[in-house]
Design a protein around this ligand. Structure first.
Ligand SMILES: Nc1ncnc2c1ncn2[C@@H]1O[C@H](COP(=O)(O)OP(=O)(O)OP(=O)(O)O)[C@@H](O)[C@H]1O
Ligand SMILES: [Mg+2]
Length: 510
């Protein structure tokens, strides 16, 4: 069997490894934009091939798949989906595990995803409003923030998935800071308008969403379009430094297990989150008339206003979240891919080891804000010692040159995974490996020691308990999802008012 993968991060290294482990003993072929040393090694070991190529040009990707005569293709990152790579492959009769362009809209357009959620009445919704210019956003934020109170505390986002950049959450709570907060919102709206100029594939530019608060988690699922099967829940940790301090990154590490769920999410919340993801898959299939075969994930938050709530959707595995689930997957990954492609997923029993996993990313200083500084440092890793510690190394943003040298490429350099009976043990195992990752020119690296620790886990449990008490109360009183709709001196305010023309847009008449 021959399989081709697309993409070059640690997530794709984990995908390649899961394919390599299969009883089908495939030859593995890969297209990537940098030469990830881990994926490169797997391709060579299995008798496949590895080529550097742009991964967002459908024709190019499909040409390689034809040349290598692969049985199917699996897509790692989101951008090939947004650019229609799965569509081109399927047009040429090459099966592809990956969401086609229209379906990947649930990730690409955070605005369309929300419209879909409101139109189909899918739980875990947030109030939102989109804008085509910062000027429009500013006018609305200025004019309505006294009457529509949700506009005071907001998340300002690029309306498109934009590689994990540009989300700012702004709370306008104290009157004496109001003017400054408005100025900040307006400055960030300008920044967003400018940033979105590099994307021509979406009309909405800026998304303003009501601010919520609570523990976050990712629910990744396999789907063949007919059934949606949830994987163990994972929590990624976005902030650069210990205990959620510092800039937001693509993810500094993730935890899962040992019992399918996370210690701070209940079985009921897991099930409800899965229902939300299932409903969204059904809605987007209904809207587009297409069948979703690939990976879909909900990046969720437990909130006091709604309970399980969608922050954004993924049309692929998360990175680092893919490592947690693929490393504990007991079922043959290729069997799962084949079931996805044949529409037979409901017949397959998908099992995972009942273990805890901890992943920690190690990044060169400079990441994520000054990536140029994080680039081109020679890397040395003692992989044998990492193995001796019982951990696994996944290469991320690292480029293997022709002469065998490895240079850092500006983002998360590697991710190290440990599997153990409990998270604390797995966390300690990864920490023991940190000294084995070095930059030979002495440039600094950073990672988060706290991921998987008792202390961080306790913090998550505390937050979840607080949020849970409040949303359960709301549910009992029948006020779950209820927003402020009356203000002194103003009278009745309609929190959904600004949403009305948003909703008509999704029906194509606005
Ligand atoms: N409505 C909201 N209320 C509060 N916080 C939010 C909201 N939306 C987003 N956030 C915070 O900002 C983070 C980034 O938002 P989001 O996931 O939408 O953007 P992203 O940049 O695409 O993220 P990623 O890094 O996952 O690619 C979230 O993980 C969450 O912590
Ligand atoms: Mg996100």
């Amino acid at each position: 069997m021959k399989i081709m993968g697309v993409g070059n991060a640690a997530r794709e290294h984990a995908i390649a490894e899961a394919l390599e482990r299969s009883e089908h003993h495939p030859k593995i072929f890969w297209l990537a934009e940098i030469r990830n040393p881990g994926i490169f090694g797997i391709c060579k070991r299995t008798g496949g091939d590895f080529t550097l190529s742009k991964t967002t040009e459908p024709e190019k990707v499909a040409n390689y798949a034809e040349r290598w005569r692969v049985d199917f293709v699996i897509i790692g990152p989101e951008e090939p989906n947004f650019h229609g790579v799965p569509d081109e492959l399927e047009k040429r009769g090459i099966p592809c595990v990956g969401a086609s362009k229209d379906l990947a809209m649930i990730e690409m357009s955070k605005a369309d995803m929300r419209r879909l959620q409101w139109e189909y009445g899918i739980k875990g919704k947030l109030l939102f409003k989109t804008f085509k210019s910062s000027q429009d956003a500013y006018i609305v934020l200025e004019r309505y923030s006294d009457t529509l109170t949700w506009l005071q505390n907001v998340a300002l986002k690029p309306a498109r998935q934009a590689g994990g950049k540009g989300v700012k959450v702004v709370e306008d709570q104290q009157l004496y800071l109001h003017d400054e907060k408005q100025r900040f919102k307006s400055r960030h709206a300008d920044w967003l308008e400018d940033y979105m100029k590099s994307y021509s594939d979406i009309d909405d530019k800026i998304l303003v969403e009501e601010k919520v608060w609570g523990p976050e988690y990712t629910l990744q699922c396999f789907t063949d379009g007919k059934s949606v099967k949830g994987m163990p829940l994972v929590q990624d940790n976005k902030h650069a430094h210990e205990f959620d301090i510092g800039t937001e990154t693509g993810g500094m590490g993730s935890i899962s297990g040992p019992d399918f769920n996370l210690p701070f999410i209940t079985k009921e919340e897991y099930d409800e989150s899965l229902e939300i993801v299932k409903s969204l898959v059904q809605a987007i299939q209904d809207k587009t008339g297409k069948s979703y075969h690939g990976i879909v994930a909900g990046q969720m938050m437990l909130t006091e206003i709604e309970g399980p709530t969608i922050i954004e959707m993924y049309s692929r595995f998360g990175d680092p979240e893919a490592l947690n689930v693929l490393s504990t997957l007991k079922t043959d990954f290729i069997d799962i891919c084949l079931a996805i492609l044949d529409g037979e997923l409901s017949k397959l029993n998908i099992e995972f080891d009942k273990k805890a996993t901890v992943v920690k990313a190690i990044a060169p200083k400079g990441y994520p804000d000054y990536r140029e500084l994080a680039k081109n440092h020679p890397v040395f890793i003692d992989e044998k010692e990492i193995e001796r510690e019982g951990c696994k190394l996944y290469w991320g943003s690292a480029d293997l040159s022709e002469d065998g040298k490895i240079l850092s490429a500006g983002s998360r350099l590697v991710e190290i995974l440990a599997i153990a009976d409990d998270m604390q043990e797995a966390s300690r195992m990864v920490d023991n490996c940190i000294p084995y990752v070095k930059l030979l020119d002495g440039w600094g690296l950073f990672y988060r020691s706290d991921i998987g620790s008792y202390e961080l886990l306790s913090k998550r449990i505390d937050v979840a308990n607080r949020v849970r008490r409040l949303y359960h109360y709301r549910r009992e009183k029948g006020i779950l999802g209820k927003r402020i709709d009356w203000l002194p001196k103003v009278g009745k305010t309609d929190p959904v008012a600004l949403l009305k023309n948003e909703l008509s847009k999704s029906k194509g008449d606005g």
